[in-house]
Design a protein around this ligand. Structure first.
Ligand code: PEP
Ligand code: MN
Length: 330
């Protein structure tokens, strides 16, 4: 249930509505917008409560029942687009597109430093790199772990880039958060609800990748609500392609999801053309499509020598292809 207050009501009036919400055993979150305050009433049984209970209270303009599985990430809760401040002057969701690039996995200090150097040179704002890799096969390279995080952090500092990496285990979250500006939840963990609940307690933005076969409104946005529900972390959605019958590409980039998210959510959405394509030669096409469709940014895989990469080499751009793509996008 969403309670929209009248414009310019006093804090005391808002508090008395909040008190009523709490007295009925619900939790809540406030969205203090430029014109009005909106209160999301959260809890399992809101559907059994009559909207009149809140509608009659002083200062209440409108009470809407939300039939959807997501509330906090919905446009009903917050009409203004969310702009996430990552630090180092980087804002995701604003008028400027954010560009994120780096290797699939951090493999050595030299490799991540080279990636950071080219990223900085072409004007990318953030560096990515996996230290804990959720690999399909247990026999594939699993990442350098904490050592990788140290390298990533060092490269970010050296080249003044914000950094992001994936976290795969609850017990690693606090440690990983110390090394990066933004946490990443991978596609395979989008429905790992305990992991989502655990990152929701961390005061860091989270890139939430879309699950390999997750519906936008029935699974992905509710997963974002798990993170927003903790009241601390902010969410950046990331479309990375979904499974379809098409075999020419690794996944199918669902460009429509940008439109659906923009119409139904206030959250920023970026696109990962690399995992969607699975092959470097398709990455520029998908990048241009994403930007044209209104994505707030891109996250791309690059490697100094993709043919030697320990993971996702086929979809990683060489530095010269990367430079060309960035200038086209700009
Ligand atoms: C990655 O970013 O390297 C990755 C594993 O992505 P995804 O979770 O989208 O497969
Ligand atoms: Mn990868």
């Amino acid at each position: 249930m969403i309670i929209s207050m009248e414009e310019n009501v006093s804090t005391r009036v808002i508090e008395s509505v909040v008190d009523r919400v709490k007295s009925m055993g619900f939790s809540y979150q406030l969205n203090v917008g430029t014109e009005r305050v909106v209160i999301a009433v959260l809890g399992g049984d809101t559907h059994k409560t009559d909207v009149q209970v809140f509608q009659v209270l002083p200062g209440v303009a409108e009470v809407q029942r939300i039939q959807k599985q997501y509330k906090l990430s919905s446009i009903g809760f917050k009409k203004e687009k969310t702009i996430i401040n990552v630090g180092k002057g980087i804002k995701i969701g604003g008028s400027e597109k954010v560009l994120i690039a780096g290797p699939c996995s951090i493999e050595s200090e030299d490799q991540i430093m080279q990636c950071a150097r080219i990223a900085k040179k072409v004007g990318v704002q953030m560096l990515r790199g996996g230290a804990f890799k959720p690999r399909t096969s247990p026999y594939s390279f699993q990442g350098l772990g904490k050592k990788g995080l140290e390298m990533l952090n060092k490269a970010g500092q050296e080249y003044d880039l914000a950094v992001t990496t994936e976290v795969v285990a609850i017990e690693d979250i606090e440690m990983v958060a110390q090394y990066v500006d933004v946490l990443q939840i991978g596609a395979r963990n989008m429905q790992n609800y305990e992991l989502l609940r655990a990152v929701s307690k961390i005061n860091k933005p989270v890139i939430l990748k879309r699950g390999l076969s997750a519906g936008i409104e029935d699974e992905w946005l509710p997963a974002a609500d798990y993170i927003l529900n903790g009241g601390k972390a902010e969410v950046i959605l990331c479309e990375r392609g979904i499974k379809t019958f098409e075999k020419s590409t690794r996944y199918t980039l669902d460009v429509s999801s940008i439109a659906v998210v923009k119409e139904n959510s206030h959250l920023p959405i970026i696109v990962d053309p690399s995992h969607a394509a699975g092959h470097f030669k398709y990455v520029p096409y998908l990048s241009r499509a994403a930007i044209s469709a209104g994505a707030d940014g891109l996250i791309m895989e690059i490697h100094p020598a993709p043919w030697r990469a320990l993971s996702d080499g086929a979809q990683s751009l060489t530095f010269s292809d990367f430079q060309r793509l960035i200038s086209e996008i700009k």
